[in-house]
Every structure is written in C-alpha cells, then in structure tokens.
Design a protein around this ligand. Structure first.
Ligand code: GRG
Length: 314
C-alpha cells in the first residue's frame, strides 16, 4: 500500500481514527488507575528502594496499546470491557517487566523510556533486575484475581494464565529477545526477522487479544480468529516500530530514536526501506482484519486499533 493509494482511500487514512484514539485513551485511564493502586500497594508492602522502584515502573506512562487490545477483544465478542480492566492490567504489567529488562545494560542498554530515565538509571541495575522479576508474579496475581471476579471456570482461568505466561517465555518474548540479541551485527533476511519479532513483540500482543476473548467467554472459533488477528497486528506493530525508530525523534517516542541503527540491528526498514516497511505494516493490518471478517467477531474496534498500530506517531 503506497501513501498515494492510502490518500485515495479514506478507510486507509494514514493517521489513527478518532475512534481508535478514544479506545486507547479509555484503556489508559482505566488501567492507569489500577496500576496506580498497585504502585501504592507495592511501595508500602515492599521495603525500601525496591518498593519505590516497583512503583516507579508501574507508574511509567505508556501508550497502553495492549490493554486497549484486551478491551477491544472483549467488546468484539459481545462482552463488557469494564469487567476486564484487571485482565488488561495484568497484560500491561508483563509488558512493563519486559521494558525494564529490555533497557538493562546487558540487553539494549538504554537510558530513556516513556519519556523518563529507565528504571536502572533512576535506581540501579540490581534493583531494576529485581523489579522486572517481581512484576511477573505480580501480573499472575492480578490475572488470577481478575479471573475469580469474572467468575471464570478453573479451565478458563488456566487458559488465561497459559496464554499470558507462554507469551513471556521461550516461544514468546524471551525466545524472541534471545534471537534478537544474538543477531546484533548480523544480517537477518525477512523470515529471520519475522521469527525474532513473532516472539519478541508479537507474542504478547497476540496474547492480549486472545486473553480478552477468553475473559469474555469467546467461542473456540472466535478465539481462533482473534489469535490470527493478533498474530498479524503483532507483526504490524513491530514493522511500525521500526519505521518510527528510523523516522521519529526521541522526544516524540519517549525513548532513544535510532537505537536499532546504533545497535546494528536488522530491521524492516533496513530490509524494505521506509515506504516498503509501511506497505508491509499495512499488509499485515489487512490480513488481521480479514481473519476477523470470516469469523463473526465484530471488527469495528479491532480494525480501528489495527489502523492505530500502523499509523501511530509514537
Ligand atoms: C532473558 C533473553 C531474555 C529476555 C527477557 C526483556 C525481554 C525478555 C524481552 C524484550 C521484549 C520487548 C521489550 C520487546 C519490544 C516490544 C516493543 C516494540 C515495545 C514498545 O511497545 P510500546 O510502543 O511501548 O507499546 P509503550 O511504552 O507505549 O508501552
């Protein structure tokens, strides 16, 4: 999809719709209130600097795209998003853990995240490492409490937990990050890059969508469609991320721009160019929407978020 084509097709506008922005804003308000409550609790329950650092990480101001996807998936299968805010919070806490660890000197070694010093810069490496490890069981606790208050069966709760924790594991973020670190300085081809990002970025995004469906008691067919949608927008998200890393400023992104080039990483922009990468993101977006259209899942919110993901400014 070229920009000329997108300009002639209002559905493919090259900026997020008001609807998408409202969905993200709504998720941010709802989830930020929960994160704030957990931050206060952690700073009281966990002694000293570690409690403060946990609260610092939980309060870090992200876009909250994954929570928005959880709530949109709930809506898409006829559920009430307000019942799933804690589920969305659990997903965001896992994402927050991954950012804290991703920024550590032994990984991407970054100083700026979400417009603030990274957790290891605001505190120290040992504290940030512990913060990351403690956020994962916290997410499991938040998820389990959410499953109970939703009245989900033991089997449904198990599916939620498996979905979230597997996305963080060797077939998800850890596996993808590992491949990514090993590939620094090497030249990956497109299948190699897809393998990195299906794990590193895509797995949690896909899990967010599937988890929303399970929380709203989606049918197996609906979960299948949500998973296929999530797989595609997970990749679209990373392609857009590569474009932003190459074209936006650190101020807009709230994190260091140009980091991929500095770390000699293979990227979609490196392989396809900026316009080619934009077209690749739009291709994944279309595949995502097509996966929903055949399933009887309501597409409106999820389609709006797919467009948001490929056209966001940060
Ligand atoms: C031990 C090998 C090993 C790995 C640990 C740290 C880790 C697991 C994985 C890294 C996963 C990661 C940070 C992927 C990047 C995903 C990504 C594009 C994040 C940016 O997401 P946004 O734009 O950020 O939604 P905000 O700040 O808005 O939430």
């Amino acid at each position: 999809m070229t920009r000329a084509h997108s300009a002639s097709n209002p559905w493919m506008a090259d900026h997020p719709s008001g609807h998408a922005l409202r969905l993200v804003e709504e998720a941010r308000e709802l989830v930020d209130a929960r994160l704030e409550a957990w931050a206060q609790r952690m700073s009281h329950e966990v002694p000293g600097q570690l409690g403060e650092a946990l609260a610092y990480a939980l309060r870090s101001p992200g876009k909250r795209v994954r929570p928005a996807l959880v709530l949109a998936a709930v809506r898409a299968v006829g559920g009430d998003p307000l019942t799933a805010v804690d589920v969305a919070t659990a997903v965001e806490i896992v994402h927050t853990y991954s950012l804290v660890h991703d920024d550590l000197p032994c990984m991407d070694d970054d100083k700026l995240r979400r417009g603030r010093p990274t957790t290891h810069c605001a505190f120290d490496v040992a504290t940030a490492t512990r913060v990351g490890f403690l956020l994962v069981p916290l997410a499991a606790e938040v998820l389990s409490k959410a499953g109970n208050s939703l009245g989900l069966s033991a089997e449904e709760q198990q599916s939620l937990a498996v979905e979230l924790l597997e996305a963080g594991g060797i077939r998800g973020m850890v596996g993808g990050q590992w491949l990514d670190l090993e590939a620094e300085g090497a030249h990956l081809d497109l299948p190699g890059l897809v393998a990195v990002h299906q794990g590193k970025t895509g797995a949690l995004i896909r899990a967010a969508v599937v988890i929303g469906g399970i929380a709203a008691r989606a049918t197996p067919e609906q979960v299948f469609a949500l998973r296929a949608y999530g797989e595609e927008i997970g990749l679209a998200f990373q392609v857009a991320d590569d474009v932003l890393d190459a074209t936006a400023t650190s101020e807009t992104l709230g994190k260091t721009a140009g980091r991929d080039a500095a770390l000699a990483k293979s990227t979609y922009v490196g392989l396809l160019g900026v316009e080619g990468a934009r077209a690749e993101a739009a291709r994944h977006e279309q595949l995502a929407i097509r996966a929903l259209e055949v399933s009887g899942v309501q597409t409106e919110s999820l389609a709006a978020l797919a467009r948001y993901i490929v056209t966001r400014a940060s």
